[in-house]
Design a protein around this ligand. Structure first.
Ligand SMILES: [Zn+2]
Length: 393
């Protein structure tokens, strides 16, 4: 990654060339009306700055131009004096040494990227790694570590705290460093080139220290060239209620250490749901199968069913058919949106007796002979499709 910085002289020359070309109206650039309030101007600029931010559009020269254009428009429109002059005279009132602004501050085109970040960085900084300065990229950070963590339904419902062992790169005891002899600790090498716009400086990451600015001095046995060694560490992770399969939590600073100081990376924890043998999840709703005997279905009964973390007694009416679905309102999982709860659906299955004893066999044979206990659908029974539809109503 090379940061290109134009020297000041070519920039001024370049902006004069641009000034002679048709310049876009500042209000048009920010897509606001001439009567926009200072707050609206700021908001509009923030929107443009985020849209065309170089971190979001790496290597895109057109976006970078738009980013600069917006900064220039904001620089003028956010300053009462400059805005008044611009409103009266247009771009003609702004260019060259028009006798205002003083001290070389006359913006008539072409703001330098570093100026933009130092002047307005705080406006959009929050979106890009904090601080707004691009220099932050130079800071050496340890890499992120990713682990998976299994949660059962109850842990998903209530949240939990887990202590896990992670294997991470840690800075070895006794490892020391010294200033990189190639870049003298700057982490970068500067090259000067002559181009048609004048001298151009390119800054490249130092190839000896990879931008760290330091190289190893003493490395204990087992550690790598950056003084890092693989070790186990116990990390306690707080998991909030409602964390679902695939949700990623990040624990700041618990990833791999950075070589020779610097910030450690983050520990990224990916939540994985343990498959529950009896309770299945579908969104916020839960489902389970309940088997009752033929006699229980005929006479009616009550049963205890497991819900997440507790038990609930349910009543089964006499004559309940196989396939009936009972709904336990609010016994599902809390919604991820933070309001409401899902339901628990209990699917009733009537167990048909198997391996009858001779006397049981005789009993059932009599029923058939006498025309008793026959299937007698009234036509009002719910079909499978009715039941599915009911679930979603
Ligand atoms: Zn170096």
């Amino acid at each position: 990654m090379a940061i290109v910085r134009l020297n000041l002289l070519p920039i001024i020359y370049y902006s004069l060339v641009i000034n002679k070309m048709a310049k876009r109206d500042y209000y048009e650039i920010l897509e606001i009306s001439k009567s926009a309030s200072p707050e609206e101007i700021k908001k509009a600029y923030r929107k443009m700055a985020i849209k065309f931010h170089p971190d979001k559009n790496p290597g895109d020269a057109a976006s970078e131009e738009k980013f600069k254009e917006a900064a220039e428009a904001y620089e003028v429109l956010s300053d009462g004096n400059k805005k008044a002059r611009y409103d009266q005279y247009g771009h003609a009132g702004m260019s060259g040494n028009g006798g205002f602004g003083g001290g070389g501050g006359g913006f008539g085109g072409g703001m330098n990227m570093d100026d933009i970040f130092s002047q307005f960085g705080d406006i959009f900084g929050g979106h890009f790694g904090g601080g707004g300065g691009r220099q932050q990229q130079q800071q050496v950070r340890g890499s992120n570590l990713r682990v998976r963590i299994k949660l059962n339904l109850e842990e998903t419902l209530n949240g939990t705290q887990k202590t896990i062992k992670v294997k991470k790169m840690k800075f070895a005891k006794g490892a020391t460093s010294k200033t990189c002899p190639t870049c003298n600790g700057a982490g970068a090498q500067i090259k000067v080139m002559n181009t048609m716009f004048g001298q151009m400086q390119t800054q490249q990451t130092c190839s000896t220290c990879q931008g760290i600015g330091k190289v190893a001095d003493k490395i204990p046995a087992g550690a790598n060239a950056q003084g890092l060694i693989k070790e186990d560490e116990e990390v306690t992770i707080n998991i909030p209620a409602g964390a679902r399969d695939g949700v990623q939590l990040s624990v700041r600073g618990k990833g791999n250490d950075a070589p020779f100081g610097g910030m450690a990376g983050d520990l990224l924890v990916v939540v994985e749901e343990e498959i529950d043998k009896t309770i299945k999840r579908e969104g916020d709703n839960l489902h389970q199968e309940l088997y009752i005997s033929f006699a229980e279905s005929a006479l009616g009964t009550s049963k205890e069913v497991n819900t997440v973390g507790s038990k609930v007694k349910i009543k089964i009416d006499a004559g309940t058919q196989s396939g009936k679905i009972l709904r336990l309102a609010g016994k599902g999982l809390p919604s991820l949106e933070g309001y409401g709860k899902g339901d628990m659906f209990v699917h009733i299955n009537v167990w048909t007796p198997q391996n009858l004893t001779p006397s049981q066999k005789e009993f059932f044979e009599k029923q058939i002979e006498n025309g008793e206990m026959m299937a007698e659908p009234s036509g009002k029974e719910k079909t499978f499709f009715d039941k599915v539809r009911d679930l979603f109503n």
